[in-house]
Design a protein around this ligand. Sequence first.
Ligand code: GRF
Length: 207
Amino acid sequence: LKIGVLVSGGGTNLQALIDKIEEGYIGNCSIVTVVSSKEGVYALERAKKHGISATCIARKNYADIKEYDEALIKHFEECKVDLIVMAGFLSILGETFVQRFKGRIINIHPSLIPSFCGKGYYGIIPHQKALEYGVKVTGATVHFVELEADSGPIILQKAVYVKDDDTPETLQKRVMEEAEWEILPKAVKLISEGKISVEGRRVRIKD
Ligand code: GRF
């Protein structure tokens, strides 16, 4: 399975994926390209350290979403990717991109969708909202990407308990360490093993 990873920042989810592939936890998979929407982000350094092609296709260089979609599509078609993983990607993918790779794009979101998700909920914000609301449990979700942000069929989720003394930062760190870095590689593994089937909104995992 050839994987393309979209990043915009620190790349800790990318790192988790790289590590699990290198450890052999995920077989018959290779990350053939890492693409960042922003210049100079550490995620690109992580890719380079592991001999993975790292490219910046900066969102700011494109007039609108459609042009950006087309630049990304061109790149991923050249790389012949089978699966696109959004890992801390902070830009927006438009209709053109989503239709072109429908069913082959997954995203990691730092909450239990449908809570604390959708437009404007990214990075630290879902954790701030979870603490403001006073939920006792939050977590992370891996889902297929459809046009509306964070709306596609859910593949995996993992819960993380909120602690009374949590700050958005401590909560984000624990959700990343205990949930994101586990379920993103696991979802890629399941897909690479052909164990995922989608029926409407329901994702079934063959065990
Ligand atoms: C994290 O909050 C993650 O939940 C979200 O983007 C942020 C940074 O991720 N997907 P990464 O370290 O760049 O993978």
